[in-house]
Design a protein. Structure first.
Length: 192
């Protein structure tokens, strides 16, 4: 374990300060994230509260409020996933299933005896069920992402932590969090 790390039960915290803020909307939290990245904070220095399932597993709490977990080193963390990244994931899921279905149909129909029209029809027919399945799975992934943020807001807001290596970075993180309507913005002397 590093010299600046302290073990607290199953959680290791390090003696590097961390700014924390609570956001009432995904848009405000996202804007703060992008501004933090723009001024040089690394993606791994920024974390969000884990899912409700992770909170229940780690803390055994079925009911929680954001303000109760702001300074809890045992609160599970998650990485930020942008709306753009979710759109790319949804596209990859839907497109991948369309491609697999089309490929199977194409492989079955592209024999020397098949005609071009029959092959195109087989690809379209084979790809359509895959595209439908892919679209349904993509929507499910997108809905899960939206539900995560809605759940956080229902419990008092979207928590975001920012690891700060020095006093100047602390002040910068606090200024950015507050500048995007972050509530209860403060710094504690440790980070996970």
């Amino acid at each position: 374990m590093a010299d600046n790390a302290v073990k607290e039960g199953n959680t290791t915290v390090i003696n590097v300060p961390e700014a924390v803020g609570v956001f009432d909307s995904l848009e405000a939290q996202q804007a703060a994230f992008y501004d933090l990245r723009a001024v040089g904070f690394h993606h791994s220095d920024i974390s969000l509260l884990g899912s409700e399932k992770a909170i229940e597993q780690k803390l055994g709490k079925a009911y929680w409020r954001a303000r109760d977990l702001e300074d809890d080193p045992k609160a599970p963390r998650a990485h930020f996933v942008s709306e753009e990244a979710m759109g790319e994931l949804e596209g990859a899921i839907a497109g991948g299933f369309f491609f697999v279905g089309s490929f199977i149909a194409m492989a079955a129909m592209l024999t020397p005896a098949s005609t071009l029209a029959a092959s195109i029809a087989a690809i379209a027919i084979g790809g359509s069920p895959g595209a439908v399945l892919g679209t349904l799975l993509a929507r499910r992934a997108g809905q899960h992402h939206k539900d995560y943020y809605a759940e956080q807001i229902r419990h008092g807001g979207i928590l975001m932590w920012v690891r700060c290596r020095d006093k100047e970075r602390e002040e910068l993180a606090v200024r950015i969090l507050k500048g995007h309507s972050g509530r209860d913005v403060h710094v504690h002397g440790w980070s996970e």
